[in-house]
Write a protein that binds this ligand. Structure first.
Ligand code: NI
Ligand code: MN
Length: 219
C-alpha cells in the first residue's frame, strides 16, 4: 500500500490494481493528476467544497463509487454518481478492505446550501493497516474511544485551526488516539489555516508518536 498526500485533506491510497481517494480536493496541486489512477472508490468526510473537491467529476469519469453519509451521498447521486450511502457506527465492507464512519465535530453543507448531513471522520482498514482520517473536526473527548475501539496505526489530523483543531489541540488528539504515525493535514492551503509545523512535530514527539509530514509536491 502506498499512501499519497495530495495536499489539504486529500489522500490517495494506492493498492496493487486500484486506488481509493479520500476528500479529493486536488485542484490546488498542479503536480497531481487523478486521470492517471485507477480510482474505484471515493470516501467523503463531509460536503464542504474543500473536501467534496472533484469527487463528482472523478466518480463519473472513473465509474467509481462515492461512499458518504446519506445526505451527501444523495446529493452525489443527484449529480449522476454511483453512491453508497452510510451512517455512523458499523463496518462497511469492500473487496479491498473495510471502513467505518465516526462523528466529527464540524458542520456540513452542500454546494447548493442544503444541509449535508453530519460531518464524519473515517477509519479505513486495508492490507493490515488501519488509518483514521479525522476529516474536519474540533478536539473531542470521543477521540479517546477511537483509541479504545479501533487502535489505528496512522492518524491523519487537521492542524490548521479556524475551522478545525489547531496545532495544540491536534497534538492532544494525537496523544488520545495513540497512533504510531501521525500525519498533519488541512493547513497552509489558505491564509486562515497557517500552522507552525515544527511546533506540531515537537508536541507530538513528546507523546512518543512519530509525526510524518508528507509533502504534496512529491506525489
Ligand atoms: Ni469543512
Ligand atoms: Mn475543510
Amino acid at each position: 500500500m502506498d499512501l499519497k498526500y495530495i495536499g489539504h485533506s486529500a489522500f490517495e491510497i494506492k493498492l496493487e490494481n486500484q486506488s481509493i481517494m479520500i476528500d479529493p480536493f486536488t485542484k490546488h496541486n498542479e503536480k497531481y493528476n487523478w486521470h492517471e489512477s485507477n480510482i474505484t472508490d471515493i470516501l467523503l468526510t463531509h460536503a464542504h467544497g474543500d473536501h467534496l473537491g472533484e469527487a463528482i467529476e472523478i466518480a463519473k469519469e472513473k465509474d467509481a463509487t462515492i461512499t458518504a453519509i446519506v445526505e451527501l451521498a444523495k446529493y452525489c447521486e443527484e449529480q449522476g454518481c454511483k453512491v453508497r450511502p452510510v451512517n455512523f457506527g458499523g463496518w462497511i465492507n469492500f473487496d479491498w478492505g473495510r471502513v467505518v464512519f465516526v462523528p466529527a465535530y464540524h458542520t456540513s453543507s452542500l454546494p447548493d446550501g442544503r444541509y449535508g448531513g453530519m460531518a464524519a471522520g473515517i477509519i479505513v482498514d486495508t492490507q493490515n493497516v488501519r488509518m483514521y482520517h479525522a476529516g474536519d473536526t474540533a478536539l473531542t473527548s470521543e477521540m479517546k474511544t477511537i483509541k479504545e475501539l479501533y487502535r489505528p496505526n496512522i492518524a491523519m489530523l487537521p492542524i490548521g485551526g479556524t475551522y478545525t483543531m489547531d496545532v495544540e489541540h491536534a497534538a492532544v488528539a494525537a496523544h488520545w488516539i495513540g497512533a504510531q504515525t501521525v500525519i498533519p493535514m488541512h493547513y497552509n492551503t489558505m491564509p486562515e489555516i497557517q500552522a507552525d509545523i515544527q511546533r506540531f512535530m515537537s508536541l507530538v514527539q513528546v507523546n512518543n508518536s512519530n509525526c510524518v509530514v508528507l509533502d504534496p509536491n512529491k506525489v
